[in-house]
Every structure is written in structure tokens, then in C-alpha cells.
Design a protein around this ligand. Structure first.
Ligand SMILES: [Zn+2]
Length: 342
């Protein structure tokens, strides 16, 4: 009888060791708030290639030398999870692995079936805690002022998942692993329909479809970087001191990349909204794979040079990685091929 609990504990310790060895925690705290799994694979000198894979999400090769393949056919969060799973196979010294779509999508981290392959259970646990270690959960909860009780709201779990760059389901089961949810709560949360969560955030705005992600940004996200996709929606919700004549206005927004599609106000709490601050909600839709900055200023329209507050986020709407080498490795591989051909 295989001891799955031992396999999971081993994977968890090894993921923490890799974080420590590469100084990942400090880098994430200074940077985007996400663990960069592709960079980690590159730093271990393992070639990483994105391509169309029939019926597979990812592949780990060992012979003649290690390599990782990741599908181009899935959203960014699943590509990242697959890459972390293959990194797990590599770092834990596993056999080569062809990771089938059906298996991978059926599985959830830490949820064991007795006929599971222990190597797969280990790689899955490694991926989950590598991408969402407890310190990263704490970092986002501190930043957002979320308590465990706040994480019982699917909107907050979804926003956490977007910020750390893992799927909603993987996030839910990792929170269960950290005892934020008991099993029943995790199961109910994992079954929540994401479309409904998105609709709740959008408050009446109806996009053409619900495939893109919906980011909900507040002043707690100031100066952060969004790593999303070209079909995403960004809702910025900020306190507005309209009673004193201050109104938020968009200062800079690349209209080709993002366009404002809805703009409204709602009262704060039970306040009737007369004279007191209100909440301003500006919804923007991503239109292209682009990077840029979204800047707003809260100012009196007649005194535009003196804003009361400003708000800015950087965005990268690249979405899933496309066919080809992991970009920073590309040059290295071309040089290697040239040398081999010479
Ligand atoms: Zn695997």
C-alpha cells in the first residue's frame, strides 16, 4: 500500500526547498505577487517548449537530456500548473511522463484515489504548493485584508486565483490543504460556477461571452501588475469623494488594448450617497495581447492639476503562451543548434 500522505509531504518539502534555494519568496514579494514557474524551469537549465499536444497537457522528457513540453491549447493558469507539474517530475527525480488531458483535468491536487500513480500524486502536490505556497497566500491576504472568513466568498477566492496565476479549482483545493476550508466547504466551493462569480463582479454588465477572466481591482491593488489575457475584463472600484467635488477620471489607457465599456457609481453601505463618498466602478475590456498602464486620477474637474488621489496598475494581456520556446531560452537554443550544425 502506497503511503500518499508521505508522497504529498515529500513534495511539499521539496517545493519549499526549491523556493529557498532560488530565493523565490523575496523575488515574488518585490515583483508581481506570482511565482514565476517558467523562469524556475529555465534556471534549472531545463528547456521549455510550448506546442500543440494531441490529448496531452504536458510532457516531461529525461533522455537524452531533460525537457518540458506544455500545451498551447489551454488557458494561462492551466499552462502554468502543467509546467509546475512537469517541474515537479524533474525536481523530484521522476520517470519521464506523458500527462494526459483527461487524467490531469479529472484530478485535483491533494485529492487521492486509491488507484492513482504515486508519482502523479507527488507531481500534482508539488505543482500546487510551488505555485501557491502558504507564504504567498499570507502575502495576498495581508495586502487585501482578507481573513479566512473572507475566503469563504467565491469572489475573493477567484481574485486570489487570478493574482497567484492558478485555476480556481486548484486554488480551492490548496486552501483546503492549508485548513482554510474543511472538505465539505472545499467541495461546494470547487463546484461554484465561475460564470456566476464573474456576473456578480460585473453587476449587470454583460460581455459577449464569459471565457475571459474578470479582475476586480481596488485601492489595495495600487501599483500591482495584472497578468491576464486579451479577452479579460477589468473592474476598478474606488472610493470617490464626489460630495467634495472630486471625481475619478481615466488618465491613461491604451485604447487599442483596453476600452472602457461601463462606468457607474454605487452608494457605500446604507449611506444615501448625498454628500458622502460613493463607490465609482469603471469596467474596461481587454482587446489585444498588449502591455501598458491603466492610470486614474481623482480630481476636481475644474482644477485638473491637483488630484486628491491617483491609482495605477500595469497590465500584461499576453494570455496563454503561444507555440515556441520559452522566450528567454530561445536565443540559447538557436545558438546550440547553430553549433551542432557547424
Ligand atoms: Zn505527470
Amino acid at each position: 500500500m502506497v503511503d500518499f500522505a508521505v508522497a504529498i509531504r515529500h513534495a511539499t518539502l521539496e517545493a519549499a526547498r526549491l523556493h529557498r534555494d532560488l530565493g523565490i519568496q523575496a523575488k515574488v514579494a518585490r515583483g508581481t505577487g506570482r511565482v514565476d514557474v517558467y523562469d524556475t524551469i529555465a534556471r534549472l537549465n531545463v528547456p521549455l517548449f510550448f506546442t500543440h499536444l494531441d490529448g496531452l497537457l504536458g510532457v516531461y522528457l529525461r533522455e537524452p537530456s531533460p525537457g518540458v513540453l506544455v500545451t498551447t491549447e489551454r488557458p494561462q493558469s492551466q499552462q502554468r500548473f502543467t509546467a509546475a507539474h512537469e517541474l515537479g517530475h524533474h525536481y523530484l527525480g521522476h520517470k519521464p511522463s506523458l500527462d494526459e488531458e483527461d487524467d490531469m483535468l479529472r484530478r485535483a491536487p491533494f485529492q487521492i484515489r486509491t488507484d492513482d500513480d504515486p508519482q502523479e500524486v507527488e507531481a500534482e502536490a508539488f505543482a500546487a504548493v510551488f505555485l501557491l505556497p502558504r507564504w504567498l497566500l499570507d502575502l495576498h491576504c495581508d495586502r487585501q485584508h482578507w481573513t479566512d472568513a473572507d475566503l469563504h466568498d467565491p469572489v475573493n477566492v477567484y481574485q486570489l486565483a487570478l493574482r497567484v496565476g492558478t485555476s480556481f479549482k486548484a486554488t480551492v483545493w490548496t486552501l483546503h490543504r492549508y485548513d482554510v476550508f474543511d472538505r465539505g466547504t472545499a467541495k461546494a466551493m470547487a463546484d461554484v460556477e465561475l460564470k456566476r462569480v464573474k456576473q456578480e463582479i460585473l453587476r449587470g454588465y454583460e460581455p459577449a461571452n464569459y471565457r475571459g477572466d474578470v479582475w476586480l481591482l481596488t485601492d489595495r491593488d495600487a501599483d500591482m501588475r495584472i497578468e491576464g489575457g486579451p479577452g479579460d475584463l477589468v473592474v476598478v472600484r474606488l472610493t470617490e469623494h464626489s460630495g467634495a467635488g472630486y471625481l475619478w477620471r481615466v488618465e491613461s489607457l491604451d485604447g487599442e488594448a483596453l476600452a472602457v465599456v461601463a462606468d457607474g457609481r454605487e452608494p457605500i453601505g446604507d449611506d444615501d450617497g448625498v454628500g458622502g463618498p460613493t463607490l465609482r466602478r469603471i469596467t474596461a475590456a481587454a482587446r489585444a495581447r498588449a502591455t501598458g498602464a491603466f492610470r486614474l486620477a481623482e480630481a476636481r474637474p475644474w482644477a485638473p492639476s491637483a488630484p486628491l488621489n491617483t491609482f495605477a496598475v500595469d497590465y500584461d494581456l499576453a494570455g496563454p503562451s503561444l507555440q515556441g520556446w520559452y522566450e528567454p531560452q530561445r536565443k540559447v537554443h538557436f545558438q546550440r543548434q547553430l553549433r551542432a550544425a557547424a
